[in-house]
Design a protein around this ligand. Sequence first.
Ligand SMILES: [Ca+2]
Ligand SMILES: [Ca+2]
Length: 326
Amino acid sequence: MTALGSLIAACCCVSGCSVYGPDLRDGALTTGGASGATPGGGGALGAAAGDAGTDSGGTGNEDAGAGNGAGTSGGIGPTGGKGGASGGSAGTAGAAGKGGAAMGGGTTIVDPALIDDLEDDDKSINIVNNPRRDGIWDVNNDGTVGGTQTPLPGKFEPTALAAVDRPYADDLFAAYMKGSGFSSFGAYMNVSMRSYADYSKTPVYDASGFTGVTFLAKVGADVATTKKMRVRFISGDTDPRLGKCKLTTDTPTPAPTELCYNHYYVDMTLKSTWQQMTVKFKDFIQGTDGKINPSIDLTEMYGLEFYFATNTAFEVWIDDLSFTTD
Ligand SMILES: [Ca+2]
Ligand SMILES: [Ca+2]
């Protein structure tokens, strides 16, 4: 088995895999304003809408009582929550209690291809329905004694960008990972498509409506920092959760051609300045260690990994991660 094979074979979730609970979503990019924002004039009594980014968006307090009778200008739409609700509707004169419903129940206007730009400063990706997408960012490594990884697995948080580190002026947060000293299979930053209480039963995500992924990336300027990064597509064909491939620990011992973790991948070379990187799903390939499938099945996606090989020092920023549609 090659070095890559061994790392892939060992690459089940060492830790943190069961932390993908269903409550980690923030909903900030679906319906509802992030915080309900400022109440409008006419709809003043309904202005409590849109509690902090819940999935369904808030509804107004319909029992708020009579309006103030003005009912002319309606509520100002909330601006909280990127892509949040798109404006409230006017309160009805004398019945302003309804005003809030419109404010909190705005429709989703976020680009459905955008996985996350980190600007909400949380580890949840943007929540999208049909098909459902509600995963998280995290990092992981092979557990080599003495290896270091920041953030620690299970502790991912977006990194605030210093002004000099921003790819563009109003970009405040990115995903960041730094570390070294992993000699078994290496380390990676991962982005799951679904959060599920029982990790082993995590549903797959149907990505067949997309053609690839694009993101901004840069690596650290230190000469010891590797510039080589592998983007891996974690699928139902290569991850054991769907039962389509086997583990070395299975009985009877499976053939090498039956093994999991032979993930689809694309290798790339990054720079210490921000670049837009785009990879198309048709260009993802498999290695030779493990089960080889006829083609990548986009309907059974678990997630992506930004992976660094064994015995490398790595420092990477990722931002504006999005699917492509062309
Ligand atoms: Ca987020
Ligand atoms: Ca960002």
